[in-house]
Design a protein around this ligand. Structure first.
Ligand code: GLC
Length: 515
C-alpha cells in the first residue's frame, strides 16, 4: 500500500518565525493559517510544526510543561483546531513535534520531584561523586555545552542530588524505565491524533534510553558533540522498545506518520529505527552534512538510500532545518551560495522519498549574522559565548513591503530582528518575478508531483569529474555541476534549470532536469 507520506513534500514551519497574527512580534498558529493559501500554491503536501505545546520557551518550545495543550503565545488550542480544519480543507496534512526525551523543568512532575525526593524516579536523579557528592555523577556533557548534570538544593536547603539534562538545565531528561512515562506518552499521542493531527516528528529519537550504569563518555572536549559511535548518551538499544511502543499506538490511526530525528551516522544503526514496527520515516542528515561537491552529494544520496533500503523503508531528504546554518550560507553565501542552494533543491526534489523544506528555504533566505545582544538560543550562554547557536537560521519570514518587519508582524519589535537587506526576498516581490527562487521552487514541486518521470523508487547515480548525474526509474535525468566550468548536457528535453543555460551548457553551480 502506498502511503501519503512516501513521496510527500513536507514544509517545516518554525511557528515563531512564519507569520504573526496578533502583533506581539512572535509568529503563531493563526499566522500559519493565514499562510495556508501561500503554502497550497507552493504545492506542499504536509506541514511539520515545531513544538507549540505549553512551554516556558527556554528552548523555544522544546521544553514542554504541558504536552497536551497549546501555548497561549501560539494562540492556544483553539488556534490549532482552526489550523487543522483550514489545512485539511486544502488537502494539507499537519504533523507536530513531539518531545519525549525530556520535559520542561516547569512540568508538574519535575516541580514535584524537586519538592519531594520520593517523586524523582520519572527523571534521572543521582547522588554526586566525591565525599560530599559535589562532583556530577558522570562526565557527560550537554549538547548545548557544559555539564549534562545540575545539582539541586533539597527542600531543607542543603546541597542535594543531581539530575541529568542532555540539553538545557530547563530540559530534564525523562527516565524511560518508568511505566508512567510510557503511559503519559500514549495519552499525549492519542490526544493529538484524536484531534486530527496527522502524525509526529519525534525529537531526539535516538535519545530517550540511557544505559542503566550511566558510564562515562570517552570524549568530552567538544561542546556541541553530536553522537559519535562511542557515546553512551545516544542510540542505546532499548530506545527501540520505545519506538515499538509508539508504533503500536500509531497503528490505531492508519494514516498517521512518525518521522524521527535520528542523528545516527552508520547505515546499519540508522536502519534499525526504520524496522517495520518502529518509525515510518527517519531524518537522514547526510545531505545537510555534504559540501557542495558532486562526490560528497553522490555519497550522501547513496548512503541515505542504502540505509533506508536496509529496512525496506522510504528515504527522506532535507537541506536545512531550525538547527543548522541555512544552505545558502553553507554553500558560500551571496549569489554563489544561492545558485548552489537552488541547484541542490533540484537534486533533492528529484529524489524518491519524502522531502522536507524548511520555511524560508523556498525564498532563498541566508543565515543572518545577529548581534550578540539579541541572541536567544541557550547554546550561546551554555557554551560560554563560544558558540553563537541557531538563531541565525530562525529569523522571521519576509512577506511583503520594503522594510522590516516585512508583513511578518504588525510590530517592528520582532522576536529576532529582520535584516533590511531582505527587501528583495519578500514573498510579494518573488511572486511577481518569474525568475525568483520562490517561483523556481513552486515550479519544481509542481513538476515533481505531477510528472510520471518522477515515479519509481530506484535511481542510478554517476559522478565524473565534478558532475553528478542522477537517473530515475521513471526517466527523469538530473545533472548537477559543482565544478568551475560549464558542462554539456546529456540528450533530452529540458524540464527545469536552476540557472540559465549558456550556449546550451550547464553553468557552474547549477543543476538541470531533463526527460
Ligand atoms: C532537537 C531539536 C532542537 C532542540 C533539541 C532539544 O535536536 O531539533 O531544536 O533544541 O532537540 O529538544
Amino acid at each position: 500500500m502506498r502511503r501519503w507520506w512516501a513521496d510527500a513534500v513536507f514544509y517545516q514551519v518554525y511557528p515563531r518565525s512564519f507569520r504573526d497574527s496578533d502583533g506581539d512580534g512572535v509568529g503563531d498558529l493563526d499566522g500559519v493559517s493565514a499562510g495556508l493559501d501561500y503554502l497550497a500554491a507552493l504545492g506542499v503536501d504536509a506541514l511539520w510544526l515545531n513544538p507549540v505545546m505549553v512551554s516556558p520557551m527556554a528552548d523555544h518550545g522544546y521544553d514542554v510543561a504541558d504536552p497536551r495543550d497549546v501555548d497561549p503565545l501560539f494562540g492556544g488550542i483553539d488556534a490549532l483546531d482552526r489550523l487543522l480544519d483550514a489545512a485539511h480543507a486544502r488537502g494539507i496534512r499537519v504533523t507536530m513535534d513531539l518531545v519525549p526525551n525530556h520535559t520542561s523543568s516547569a512540568h508538574p512532575w519535575f516541580v514535584q520531584a524537586l519538592a519531594d525526593p520520593r517523586h524523582r524516579d520519572r527523571y534521572i536523579f543521582r547522588d554526586g561523586r566525591g565525599p560530599h557528592g559535589d562532583a556530577p555523577p558522570n562526565n557527560w556533557v550537554s549538547v548545548f555545552g557544559g555539564p549534562a548534570w545540575t545539582r539541586i538544593t533539597e527542600p531543607d536547603g542543603t546541597p542535594g542530588q543531581w539530575y541529568l539534562h542532555l540539553f538545557d538545565p530547563a530540559q530534564p531528561d525523562l527516565n524511560w524505565n518508568h511505566p508512567a512515562v510510557f503511559e503519559d506518552l500514549e495519552k499525549t499521542l492519542r490526544f493529538w491524533l484524536d484531534r486530527g493531527v496527522d502524525g509526529f516528528r519525534i525529537d531526539v529519537a535516538h535519545g530517550m534510553a540511557k544505559p542503566p550504569e550511566l558510564p562515562d563518555m570517552a570524549v568530552t572536549d567538544t561542546a556541541l558533540l553530536r553522537n559519535s559511535d562511542d557515546d553512551p548518551r545516544f542510540d542505546n538499544d532499548s530506545v527501540h522498545d520505545i519506538h515499538r511502543f509508539i508504533r503500536t499506538v500509531l497503528d490505531d490511526y492508519p494514516d498517521a506518520v512518525a518521522v524521527g530525528e535520528v542523528w545516527v551516522h552508520g547505515n546499519e544503526r540508522f536502519a534499525r529505527y526504520l524496522r517495520p514496527d518502529e518509525l515510518h520515516l527517519g531524518f537522514n542528515f547526510r545531505l545537510v552534512q555534504a559540501d557542495f561537491d558532486a562526490r560528497e552529494v553522490h555519497d550522501a544520496i547513496d548512503n541515505a538510500i542504502a540505509a533506508a533500503n536496509l529496512a525496506g523503508a522510504t528515504p527522506t531528504w532535507t537541506l536545512s532545518n531550525h538547527d543548522v546554518e541555512r544552505e545558502v550560507t553553507r554553500y558560500g553565501d551571496g549569489a554563489r551560495g544561492l545558485a548552489r542552494a537552488r541547484a541542490m533543491a533540484l537534486v533533492m526534489l528529484a529524489l524518491p522519498g519524502a522531502v522536507f523544506v524548511y520555511n524560508g528555504e523556498e525564498l532563498g533566505l541566508p543565515n543572518v549574522d545577529l548581534p550578540d545582544e539579541v541572541l536567544q538560543d541557550p547554546v550561546w550562554e551554555r557554551s560560554g559565548h563560544t558558540e553563537r547557536g541557531r538563531d541565525g537560521c530562525r529569523v522571521p519570514m519576509p512577506w511583503s513591503g520594503d522594510a522590516p518587519p516585512f508583513g511578518f508582524s504588525s510590530s517592528t519589535g520582532t522576536w529576532l530582528p529582520m535584516p533590511a537587506e531582505w527587501a528583495p526576498l519578500t514573498v510579494q516581490r518573488q511572486q511577481a518575478d518569474p525568475t525568483s527562487t520562490l517561483e523556481f521552487y513552486r515550479r519544481a514541486i509542481q513538476l515533481r508531483s505531477s510528472r510520471a518521470e518522477f515515479t519509481g523508487s530506484r535511481i542510478e547515480l554517476n559522478t565524473a569529474d565534478e558532475v553528478l548525474t542522477l537517473r530515475s526509474e521513471g526517466g527523469l535525468v538530473c545533472v548537477l555541476n559543482t565544478g568551475a566550468e560549464p558542462v554539456p548536457l546529456p540528450p533530452g528535453e529540458v524540464l527545469l534549470t536552476s540557472a540559465e543555460l549558456t550556449d546550451a551548457l550547464l553553468p557552474a553551480d547549477s543543476a538541470v532536469w531533463l526527460i
